[in-house]
Ligand binder design. Sequence first.
Ligand code: SAM
Length: 285
Amino acid sequence: MTTDTRPTSGVSRTAVIVAQARATEDARPDRLFADPYAQSFVDAVGWIQVAEAGRLNQGHFVLRTRYFDDWFRAAAQAGCRQAVLVAAGLDTRAFRLEWPDGFRVFEIDLPGLMAFKEAVLGVRGAEPSCERTAVHADLREEWTADLLAAGFDASVPTAWLVEGLMMYLEPADNDRLARRIGSLSAPGSRLAIEHVNHAYTELPQLRAVHERLRKVGAAWRSTLEDPRGWLAGHGWTATVTPQSELAARHGRPVPELTDPERVGDARMWLVEAVRETPAPIPEST
Ligand code: SAM
C-alpha cells in the first residue's frame, strides 16, 4: 500500500477515529459486535490520540454501531434489497454482517479514503458477504449518476445509512443530500441518520475536540434541532432512539455525552425512518 492514501488529515481522518472505537470494542470478550478489520485500518494509519471527549465518545460509537447493525438486519428482513452506506468511511458491514442472497451494498466516500480502504481490505484478502460496490464521490457534488452507473436500482426498496457525516456538511448540502436520497427511494425504503443539535456542539467537554477538528480541516458545519420534522419534510416518517434505551438494551452505561441527566438538552440524534409515500419528492438542486 502506498502511504500517501492514508487518511491522516481532513475529514477522512475522522473515519480512523471511529475505526479505533470499533477495534477497541472488537477486542472485548463481551463485545456488542465483531469487526475483524477495524484494527487493520488503525494499524495502517497509526493510532490517533484523541482528546478526553473523544474517549468519552467511545460508548456512543459502540452503541451506534450496534444500533445500525440491527437496523440493517431489520431492513433486509422487511424487504430492502440493497443498501447504501453514505460516507461509508472504514465501515465494514459489507463484510461482517450476514446479508440475504443477492443483497447489494454500495459504499460512497471520498476517493482518497476509498482508495485507502480498498488497499487495506485487499491486503487482508477480505471477501464481502454481499454484492459490494465502492463509489468514489464527493457527496456535496452530483453523485447519483455514479451510483446509478454502479448498478444501483431505484425501483427496489433501499436501506440508506448516513452515519457520522451530516455534522461535517453545511445545512444546504444536507438538504440536497436528503433530496437526492429521496429521489432514489422506492416505497418501503428506509433511512437512518445521525446528527447533533446545537446544544451538543456547545458542550464544554467538546471544546478541545472542536479545536482539533478545525486544525485538521474537519470542523462541524451544521446542527439539527428537529430530526423528525426535518425528515418529514423530505418524505420520511422518523423515530428517534435515545442512547439511554440502547445502553439499557445492551447492559452498558449511558455514554456520558449522551446522558440527558449530565448534558441537559444536548443531543446526538440516532434516527431511523421509513418511506411510505408512493411518489419520490423530485430533486431540485
Ligand atoms: N460512516 C462511517 C462510520 O461511521 O464509520 C464514517 C464516519 S467518519 C466520522 C466521516 C466520513 O465522512 C469519512 O469517511 C469522510 O471521508 C466522509 N466524508 C466527509 N465529507 C464527505 C464528502 N463531502 N463526500 C464524501 N464523503 C465524505
